[in-house]
Design a protein around this ligand. Structure first.
Ligand code: CAA
Length: 554
């Protein structure tokens, strides 16, 4: 039990809060509490650091005033609710302390044992640790039952998630109290047990590590990689931009903890990440990470497809499929001439790029039109092969083949350059056309497809022609991890969805995404990737949903 003191039960009794550590997260947490009307004592190691914390809050609330989100009067009242100090002894009379100091276990243990002797016996001790074991921190205190995790997400004033983490020691009434407090702050609490990375970081940081590893291979430029996930998958930021925001040291620390706990190679810190941390390139906070943030910034990397593009004026569409038709419309709207043929037509002879639909078809090409009952629905290679001989010898063949199976497995017998592409559904940021590069695709041909995509207003993403290209190669394993987490009994599908939408700004959670895409599609993608490029196959629970045609959220 929490030792009884002046505060009593109920989050409404929490009126004064201490925040220790006034870096990005700590200062953001101060803002959250002060905005909700609570009194806050902000503490950092030196008067200068405390002053820096005050500066963060003044700047952040100043921006809100400038945007018309906060009146000057309310800003003043908010700032007046906070006192700044370099001494933890000033926390003697607070109801709750939140620690947001650097992620070093020995620092945290030291701080918590100091707090034990300073604060009232009924004061709650919370940690904002992103990955360290709360059980270990709690066990080192005199009253482990009052120790709890309150994990905020960067930027704390914007993102709604608070992971409330309990240990075997934690008083259950305290869990309710802290959950209610988070709600009172306008946040969305998700209550979970003490496990490496909790919900959001375990999923997010593993995905970031995979993305950094992909970037490390040189198969995609940093801008294209970020566009793939921001525009293609609809995430609020690309993985490299997000890593820079979080801080590469923090990403690495969480990788270390996840890998140590799970021995999952996907979570291991990529070599490039380790080197960047050693070199002090920690992202925004040091002015340099995957991107530069200093005054001389903005040197774009050469896109992977650099090279003089072949001129493109006519696009051919061969075969059938919704994506093919949609691509044709978009290209036409972009001012390109588009000729379409289900099987073969001499008109395709003038096209510089022929996009090949692979959705459906039979030798007559009439299946898709509903005029044939030959029952040969499936990949359209056969139907299309008849048409290939009619295509110009120098034309680029661009099969609409997201898994890049066709392009990898079937070299064009007429020795034309094959560049697999995948058109994604439009998202808030636009619509991605992924373009795969292989041994046979020359830089000029890839640049031509890229130029056509640009002209059509699509966002081109050029990456090596491997199963899943870039978007699905990162998205599907991420979704698979969420299913594995559900299967492990750690968190519910709803809580995992809430964690990723409220904590990482996803437009929809992983389970909503799987239900929309279809468990069968994700399963198939993962299975193909596992056999062609490696990685874990689909989780058994995902396969079960695919086979039964069941949704995760009903
Ligand atoms: N502090 C306060 N407010 C901020 C802010 C900050 N640092 N950054 C942005 N905002 C506010 C803006 O003022 C703006 O407010 P209004 O709508 O009231 O005007 C709003 O947020 C949107 O900002 P922008 O229009 O500038 O930009 P955006 O729409 O692209 O949103 C973003 C920016 C909120 C950062 C969004 O891109 C996002 O959610 N990204 C994902 C971030 C993420 O995944 N965070 C979790 C990281 S993991 C973590 O933190 C846990 C850990 O332990 C490592």
């Amino acid at each position: 039990m929490v030792p009884s003191g002046g505060r009593g039960n109920g989050s409404g009794r929490i009126g004064t809060v201490g925040v220790v550590g006034l870096g990005t997260m700590g200062a953001g947490i101060v803002e959250v509490f002060a905005k909700a009307g609570l009194s806050v004592v902000g503490v950092d190691g030196t008067p200068e650091l405390a002053e820096r914390g005050k500066g963060f809050l003044t700047t952040s609330t100043g921006k809100a005033v400038a945007r018309g989100r906060l009146s000057e009067q309310d800003q003043k009242a908010l700032l007046d609710r906070v006192t700044w100090t370099a001494s933890v002894t000033d926390l003697a009379d607070v109801d709750l302390v939140i620690e947001a100091i650097p992620e070093r276990l020995e620092f945290k243990i030291d701080l918590f044992s100091k707090l034990d002797d300073i604060v009232r016996p009924d004061t709650i001790l919370a940690s904002n640790t992103s990955s360290l074991s709360l059980t270990t921190i709690a066990a080192a205190t005199k009253h482990p039952e009052r120790v709890i995790g309150m994990h905020f997400f960067n930027p704390a004033p914007v993102l709604a998630l608070v992971e409330v983490i309990s240990t075997l020691f934690t008083d259950t009434k305290l869990v309710r109290e802290v959950r209610d407090l988070a709600t009172r702050l306008g946040k969305k609490p998700v209550v979970v047990g003490d496990r490496a990375g909790f919900v959001a970081n375990a999923l997010l940081i593993t995905y970031l590590a995979r993305a950094i590893r992909l970037y490390e291979t040189g198969s995609v430029s940093r801008e294209d990689l970020d566009n793939a996930m921001r525009v293609g998958a609809g995430f609020p930021m690309g993985p490299l931009t997000l890593s820079d925001l979080i801080g590469l040291d923090v990403v690495k620390e969480v990788c270390d903890v996840l890998y140590e706990a799970t021995k999952d190679p996907s979570a291991a810190p990529p070599a490039l990440l380790q080197q960047m941390v050693t070199a002090g390139r920690l992202g925004r906070k040091t002015g340099q990470g995957f991107y530069d943030y200093g005054p001389d910034a903005d040197e774009s990397e050469q896109p992977a497809s650099s090279g003089r593009a072949l001129a493109v004026s006519t696009i051919g569409l061969l075969g059938t499929g919704e994506a093919l038709a949609q691509l044709g419309e978009t290209m036409e709207a972009g001012g390109l001439k588009v000729v379409h043929s289900v099987t073969a037509s001499a008109a395709l002879g003038e096209a510089q790029i022929v996009f090949v639909g692979t959705d459906a078809g039979c030798a007559t090409g009439e299946c898709a039109a509903g005029a044939c009952e030959c029952d040969q629905m499936g990949p359209a290679q056969e139907a299309i092969s008849a048409g290939l001989s009619k295509i110009g010898k120098n034309a680029i063949l661009a099969p609409m083949d997201g898994l890049a199976e066709w392009a990898i497995g079937t070299p064009d017998e007429h020795a034309r350059v094959v560049v697999p592409v995948r058109l994604h559904e439009p998202t808030k940021g636009g619509q991605v056309l992924e373009i795969g590069t292989g041994l046979d695709s020359g830089a000029r041909e890839v640049a031509a497809v890229r130029t056509a995509a640009d002209r059509a207003g699509l966002v081109p993403v050029v990456g090596r022609a491997r199963s899943g290209l870039v978007v699905d190669a990162l998205l599907y394993p991420h979704l698979n991890d969420a299913v594995a987490m559900l299967d492990s009994g750690y968190a519910s599908a709803q809580d995992i969805d809430t964690a990723m939408t409220a904590g990482c700004g996803y437009p929809e959670g992983p389970f909503t995404m799987i239900d929309r895409l279809g468990a069968d599609q994700v399963t198939e993608g993962l299975a193909v990737m596992a056999t062609t490029v490696g990685g874990a196959g689909p989780s058994p629970l995902l396969v079960e949903h695919a086979v039964r045609g069941r949704k995760f959220l009903d």
